[in-house]
Ligand binder design. Structure first.
Ligand SMILES: Cc1cc2nc3c(=O)[nH]c(=O)nc-3n(C[C@H](O)[C@H](O)[C@H](O)COP(=O)(O)OP(=O)(O)OC[C@H]3O[C@@H](n4cnc5c(N)ncnc54)[C@H](O)[C@@H]3O)c2cc1C
Length: 542
């Protein structure tokens, strides 16, 4: 079946594809987006989940990248105060820590201070943090302060050798929720969002693209005036095997893995640890009961689907964190791992760590235009979408102006400091909710939590209890409004409740999705069997 001609056809339902679809739909363009699996099933659910400037990119003099990301932090925070929030990062100082030795800063220092041998004087780190505080402007987030680790609680879980630290600001974001909320907003503005739908070919026919997809309803054909390749780490496969473009542009796949362990400390701050090998990792409070540690940075040679945290990476992260924490982090403590692949523009950098994190947008206009998107960060997705629309502007003179800055995503229409007030409102309307349940709903759905709870007057009214405060009402909401189809969509991307449920509870959720027909609701009449490509990628477990 061939659909009406769309202005844009977007390949990929990660943050870049969904961000572009939302922006374009809001400018009045007709948009279709196809995602081969679940929204955010690729890199966009496997990030460190920070809206950050990237302190370490200052070492590479990537001031433009850092400034753009720093400027975005507060813009994004205001548009989604439910799924993102400020975090403080503690950077312990030790003169023994080594920094990457092929950064421009390293080369400069080895010329003027050769005796430092890869180390950084404290004043230089303070200077970096000064730049970080001021490069991108800051109205909401507090600036850097110095800590005495012998007195501050942040020093308590650390080895006694660490006496000094700095504490600076960045933000946390629930990455996969960010993606689905962009997709929902795009849909509300007229975009067609097709999940479980793989693009198998795209070719130019006259002034149009003719696109073939395979999805739950079988094969379909689409026409569009322009194509956007937002396939993330699959970008090369789409360029060569789907669109058949001749291009010299390269993509470098760099794998980053994280480990999750039971909570290592009680306060709510994160740590930024500098390694003896020049790399850095974060340790971040995660999902109330856990600590998230990552990431590694390795060239990835398989397909993106094959990215897994190897035992070597797991052991590396455990050893790295154990150089800082008094209580060693052991491989046996690891309860979950995940791994993602960065699709970096290949700039010929010598190491995975040094490859540019900036994004590169390339239009091929030898006929109907196609825009290929290399790289990017969660933090700069909104700016990347604006730049993508600028690149496409010559082909769509009717498109509206940029509009997304500070426009709330679904559920984010409340003040940035309004979480406590909203939680109070929800508990007043639904007094049967525990404090933890209400807090989780606010941090997941924002003001939409009220619609999700509807007219329920007791916990029992919310339907089956799957454990960890997940109820039938929430599952139904996720299926009806958030494109969820399977237990994995719900437990690992719309929420992270997979960390809290046992196998029997997961099986009960699976059974509910099958028997209630909830998983088929968005398929429309006829439903259709799930193809092998629709099987969600299981979360990595060691
Ligand atoms: C370990 C790690 C940590 C990171 N941490 C951060 C961080 O803390 N902060 C930050 O700002 N950034 C971070 N990033 C970067 C950020 O996660 C990525 O830049 C971003 O998620 C890329 O999004 P994307 O939409 O380009 O790709 P993806 O999210 O991978 O989306 C591409 C989608 O295209 C789909 N697709 C592919 N081929 C087809 C096809 N033929 N048909 C239909 N669909 C198709 C895929 O299924 C996939 O869902 C991190 C990255 C990694 C790897």
């Amino acid at each position: 079946m061939t659909q009406a001609v769309a202005d844009l056809f977007v390949i990929g339902g990660g943050i870049n594809g969904c961000g572009i679809a939302r922006d374009a739909a809001g400018r009045g363009l007709s948009v279709t987006l196809a995602e081969q699996g679940d929204l955010a099933q690729g890199t966009s659910s496997a990030s460190t989940k920070l809206f950050h400037g990237g302190l370490r990119y200052l070492e590479y003099f990537e001031f433009h990248l850092v400034r753009e990301a720093l400027e975005e932090r507060e813009t994004l925070l205001c548009a989604m105060p439910h799924i993102s929030w400020p975090m403080r990062f503690v950077l312990p100082y030790s003169p023994q820590m080594r920094f990457e030795n092929d950064t421009p800063t390293s080369r400069l220092l080895s010329a003027v201070m050769p005796w430092m041998k890869g180390r950084r004087p404290a004043w230089l780190i303070r200077l970096g943090l000064f730049l970080y505080d001021h490069l991108g402007g800051r109205r909401i987030l507090p600036g850097t302060r110095r800590l005495d680790l012998s007195r501050d609680p942040a020093g308590q879980p650390l080895r006694p050798g660490f006496r000094r630290a700095w504490e600076y600001s960045d933000c946390w974001v629930q990455d996969s929720r960010l993606v689905v909320l962009n997709a929902r907003d795009a849909e509300a503005r007229g975009a067609r969002i097709l999940t479980q739908t793989r693009v198998v070919s795209a070719r130019r026919v006259g002034d149009l693209w003719e696109i073939a997809t395979e999805g739950p309803q079988g094969a379909a054909r689409h026409q569009a005036r322009a194509l956007v390749n937002a396939a993330g780490p699959w970008i090369g496969a789409v360029i060569h095997d789907v669109v058949h473009l001749e291009t010299r542009e390269g993509v470098r796949l760099v794998r980053g893995s994280h480990i999750v362990v039971p909570k290592l400390y009680d306060h709510d701050r994160c740590y930024f640890f500098q390694g003896t090998d020049g790399r850095i990792i974060f340790a971040i409070p995660y999902e109330q009961d856990f600590t998230l540690i990552g990431t590694t940075d390795k060239d990835h040679h398989g397909t993106p689907e094959e990215a897994r945290c190897t035992e070597e990476e797991r052991d590396y992260l455990c050893a790295f964190a154990s150089r800082y924490f008094t209580r060693p982090v052991r491989p046996g403590d690891v309860v979950w791992t995940y791994s993602g692949v960065r699709p970096l523009y290949d700039d010929g950098a010598s190491s995975a760590t040094a490859a540019t994190r900036d994004y590169v947008l390339r239009v091929d206009a030898a006929g109907a235009p196609v825009l290929n998107i290399f790289g990017g960060k969660i933090t700069t997705y909104r700016r990347l979408a604006e730049h993508a629309l600028e690149k496409l502007a010559p082909f769509f003179p009717q498109a509206g102006a940029a509009w997304t800055a500070r426009v709330p995503l679904p559920g984010g229409d409340f003040p940035v400091d309004g979480v406590a007030a909203l939680t109070g409102r929800i508990r007043a309307a639904h007094p049967y909710l525990s404090a933890a349940h209400a807090a989780r709903l606010v941090r997941t759905y924002g003001t939409e939590a009220l619609a999700l709870l509807g007219a329920a007057r007791s916990f029992e009214d919310l339907g089956p209890d799957f454990g960890a405060t997940l109820t039938g009402a929430e599952v139904n909401w996720l299926v009806a409004h958030e494109f969820a189809r399977s237990a994995a969509d719900i437990l690992w991307r719309r929420t992270k409740l997979g960390l809290h449920l046992d196998p029997a509870q997961v099986a009960a959720l699976d059974a509910y999705l099958l028997t209630s027909g909830a998983g088929a609701q968005r398929l429309g009449p006829g439903g259709g069997p799930r193809g092998p490509e629709e099987t969600p990628r299981p979360p990595d477990r060691l």
